[in-house]
Design a protein around this ligand. Sequence first.
Ligand code: G6P
Length: 590
Amino acid sequence: MCGLIGYVGDEPAAAVLSGALARLEYRGYDSAGVAILNDGIIILAKDKGKLADVIKACKIDTLVGHVGIGHTRWATHGGVTKENAHPHCDDKNQIAVVHNGIIENCVELRARLSRKYKFISDTDTEVIPHLIREYIDSGLTFERAVFAAARELKGSYAILAVSMLEPEKVVAVRKESPLVIGLGVKSNYIGSDALSFLPYTKNVIFLEDNERAVITKDKVTVYNEDHEELTQKVTQIQWEWKAGTKGNYDYYMLKEIEEQPQVIRQSIMQDNNLINRMAIEILRARQVVFVGCGSSRNAALIGRYAFSKIGHVFSDVILGSEFGYFSESVDKRTLVIALSQSGETADVLDGVKQAKTNGATVFSLVNVAGSSLARMSDKVLCLNGGPEIGVAATKSFMAELCLLYLLAFAMDGTLEKGRGMLRDVSDLVEADLPRHSSRIPGIANRLKEREDFYFLARGINFAMAGEGALKLKEISYVHAEGMPAGELKHGTLALIDNGTPVVVICPTDYTFTDTITNIMEAKARGAHIIGISNSAESVFNDCIMISKVDEVLYPLVTTIPLQLLAYHSALARGLDPDKPRNLAKSVTVK
Ligand code: G6P
């Protein structure tokens, strides 16, 4: 959801910004641009298109200067055009701004400012440089003008600004959109995440809401809203930046899928005391509510079954964007468990803020340590999945499942036994991989002309049907629906026709017999059945074999085949699975 980077130092800014933007591209990739200060003037280079193309077309590598800001865009206000790409400048080209978030009062501000200044884009962002200009024209310094402008903005924003009036600095403000400062040697950085500058430094300061910062080559100063200087809380990032590279793989998604056996082993390495304390609080809570979006929400749905089956606790799952509408039912006896790879999904953060206001306790499961969600939670479990770059969640989903199982086992008093079972499953998942890698591309290829897919399952596997459909939609752009198999006959069966692909997840567990009955109903209407099971049933037209595991753990062995089916379907259709159209990995707007 838009990636920002700012740099001040001895290195050529163009190289630092280009590299950082490549690491931020997962946040948005419809346009890109930089503004670099050279000899007291701002050089602006931006265009629509993927970063590599923009760098080439605008010759960004050749730009000279040691101070600059950069942006990768995921369009919210205004179409994908060169004019709407960031950075945006004031009338005199003395100020350049990049922004992530949404300026809610942009219509009023634009009406006022357009009487004085010429607007050239359709974005909400463009009000910011003009507003800063207005404050400078009224006598404020650039730095003070940025802070004054921020006071007028409503909505969510992370903003970086540079100006030829004070050319040695990047000025930053944050409200509800992430910004992290990186402390280097004779160089400092500020980005939407720490991965952006991780090759240079692991020492970071997370900006909190309404904080501001001024970054020069030798100094970083952080202020609160009242312009009081704050003591800096420096923390160390644990990730290695090489873990966020593609290695020998063509796509991050495949790399991240194949890392999953190891991710299972890493994710279950948790502090027993913490897990047990969390389990006790879950057992004591009056109600337990999961909150998440996208794949994290699907993981929560599986957690709900695991909590019931293993931990004997009933819970509910509410989407991040719907959470606020249940606020009357959330109170201090409510335990909210928030799941998020990024820890920055705006809808989840909104729900969690609401829950905290109502006095609820908040636990979170996050992959990005130090993320906004982690910082606002009472207790945090880190997924330990390492950087996930592919836009479609893969290994973070697997790690979320593992942590939910661990909590469920702890609630049952069988944490160590459960951890052993999860470790055993990681070996089976690894053993299954070569078989999936040789079988699934052929299936995906045969079905590449089909435009409608249905995914069916029951019980704890039902959310896997949703997750399989979500993966396919995200990266292959085909219509896919995942549903409880029992619901098929209540409407969707009308859509099944000759050759309609129906993916069914039916291991020989407690759901098997009833699921087979539902497949028969679909098959009788001509459906092409792709079965994911540990038993090769004759009703399947195609069969993807998985290992036999304990019946509550089947989601762990069905995750990879479903992800690979989506991945190979995208390749068969000539699509880039890492950068699906219209989507972004970290959705920091509502
Ligand atoms: C975006 C991504 C999804 C992800 C969802 C939630 O929509 O494209 O893959 O599942 O956000 O992200 P989170 O970081 O909160 O898990």
